[in-house]
Design a protein around this ligand. Structure first.
Ligand code: UN1
Length: 496
């Protein structure tokens, strides 16, 4: 353990600031237990100061022409590209996923920067014909005001960019509250945004717990929008509290994503897709595959192919390029994941591999869990219904395509699904009948691209989508302007 780790500060209104309380919290590396840095343990006063700074900056920022706002984001993209390796390493150190994945995380931020930079020259509204002569109508997008971005630790770079970049290009200002497990990546992102030329006060970052900082943002009347990604439990709380002051809320929450493997599937391809989407990011993606729904005709073959591959996955520090699976984020997640192994066993599922904490040798100081597979899972068991957010996969056997679709749709979440089949008719039926926000055909459940809407149905979200053009919706207010140049009073719906 190092005691020389740096102490970092909040950035509010263009100034570095300690928490009003003067207290800090430690951020640790989940692979090694080393302290990455100390960050302000902020409270309501810090959150409110950040909102005040964002509110003050809004009056000018909304008047900066959108193409200019976009140009700043373009430079952010250039800088992220330049710092990609450093940022990826920082992320791996503070949240554990392997380097090729943290590089992908930065890449997703780069993609979003360029995409939203382009939106600076679009932000399309529309004009349509009006009923009366010598009159016009145009619908345009206005910014909403101060946006609070509350983000998780599993995509420390990508997810904040999904929220902040569309908010910024549309002319809003931001208070950013990152997860306490990944403050350094968040801080580096903010530094880069300012290096690109963002005016002071337009983005403010406040570190600290959701229970104090998040809560203050929920209750501050000057916050117009809350964009939240995290657990369904916390998201529900955000929605209830924000409703009291009629804030806009965009929620991105849990998943219980399934890969369907039909009897005609290319099993080699399916094995690759399952391994990557179930155990990549140590299963800690909201899009992670946590259920395999397999046709009984290929179940045995799939298990025989999958198990040796799972057992071959190498656990370790994500900075080591030969490691496949990094640690889980912290001790409490490790405990939660292991409790689901016990739950699965008690429910009568068959533990085929994994199901154990791994603290041998080099893994001793970290939070590692063996990639786990249960078979003989009944679709209503808790391990088939609840989000575990770890490397635990439940295999459910079905005897028909229809049953596969029904099992796929029968959870309280609705983020992503995948189907492996060679049959074009089944693909079309799956496109029609699967009720998740994302469907992959002959690919795993992860890998969404930023130019499309990202999000899900049921308990995964509240109807909003991030990314793509849809990602602008929650950050813009439609304004319609009617101009009557007839020189007389004309009455819509009344005049003939
Ligand atoms: C998340 O898990 O919270 O599609 C986001 C994917 C990534 C984003 C995941 N592009 O898995």
């Amino acid at each position: 353990m190092t005691t020389t780790a740096r102490v970092f500060q909040n950035y509010i209104g263009g100034k570095w600031k300690d928490a009003v309380s003067g207290e800090n919290f430690a951020n640790t590396n989940p692979a090694t237990g080393e302290i990455v840095g100390y960050f302000p343990l902020s409270s309501e006063a810090d959150a409110n100061a950040a909102v005040a700074a964002a509110r003050a900056a809004f009056d000018k920022w909304r008047l900066v022409p959108a193409p200019k706002r976009g140009e700043i984001l373009f430079r952010v993209g250039e800088l992220l590209k330049q710092h990609k390796e450093e940022l990826a390493r920082t992320m791996t150190q503070e949240m554990g996923k392997v380097l090729k994945e943290t590089r992908g995380d930065v890449q997703e931020g780069i993609d979003m920067a360029y995409y939203m930079a382009g939106e600076g020259r679009r932000l399309f509204g529309y004009s349509v014909p009006v009923e009366l002569p010598n009159k016009s109508g145009v619908a345009m997008r206005d910014p909403v005001g101060v946006v609070a971005c509350i983000t998780p630790w599993n995509f420390p770079m990508a997810i904040p960019t999904w929220k902040m970049f569309p908010a910024l290009v549309a002319g809003n200002t931001v208070v950013f509250k990152p997860a306490s497990d990944t403050p350094l990546s968040a801080l580096r992102l903010v530094e880069i945004i300012y290096e690109a030329g963002l005016p002071e006060g337009v983005v403010n970052i406040v570190f600290g717990p959701g229970g104090t900082v998040g809560e203050a943002l929920l209750h501050n009347p000057d916050v117009a929008v809350i964009s939240f990604t995290g657990s369904t439990e916390s998201g529900r709380h955000v929605a209830i509290e924000a409703a009291k002051s009629l804030k806009r809320v965009s929620l991105e929450m849990g998943g219980k994503n399934a890969v369907i493997v039909m009897d005609d599937a290319d099993l080699n391809l399916a094995v690759e897709g399952i391994l990557w989407s179930a155990y990549g990011t140590t299963g800690q993606r909201c899009t992670a595959c946590s259920r395999v729904i397999v046709h009984s005709a290929v179940r045995k073959q799939l298990v025989d192919m999958l198990v040796p591959r799972i057992e071959h996955l190498r656990l370790g520090n994500g900075l080591d390029e030969s490691v496949d699976v990094g640690p889980v984020i912290n001790a409490s997640q490790l405990t939660k994941i292991h409790s689901y192994t016990e739950i699965g066993k008690n429910e009568g599922a068959l533990l085929v591999t994994g199901g154990q904490v791994d603290n041998e040798g080099e893994l001793a100081q970290g939070h590692f869990y063996r990639p786990t597979l249960f078979t003989g899972v009944n679709p209503n068991m808790r391990i088939a219904q609840e989000e575990i957010f770890g490397p635990v996969l439940s295999m459910i056997e079905v005897s028909s395509f229809e049953e596969a679709i029904a099992v796929n749709n029968n959870t309280k979440f609705g983020l992503s699904s995948a189907i492996y089949t060679q049959d074009i008719n089944r693909v079309q039926q799956a496109m029609r009948d699967i009720t998740t926000g994302i469907l992959y055909v002959n690919s795993g459940t992860t890998g969404a691209e930023i130019q499309f809407p990202f999000g899900g149905t049921r308990g995964t979200g509240n109807g909003h989508r991030e990314a793509g053009i849809a990602g602008l919706d929650v950050f813009t207010e439609w304004k319609v302007v009617y101009t009557d140049y007839s020189g007389k009073l004309q009455k819509a719906q009344i005049d003939e």
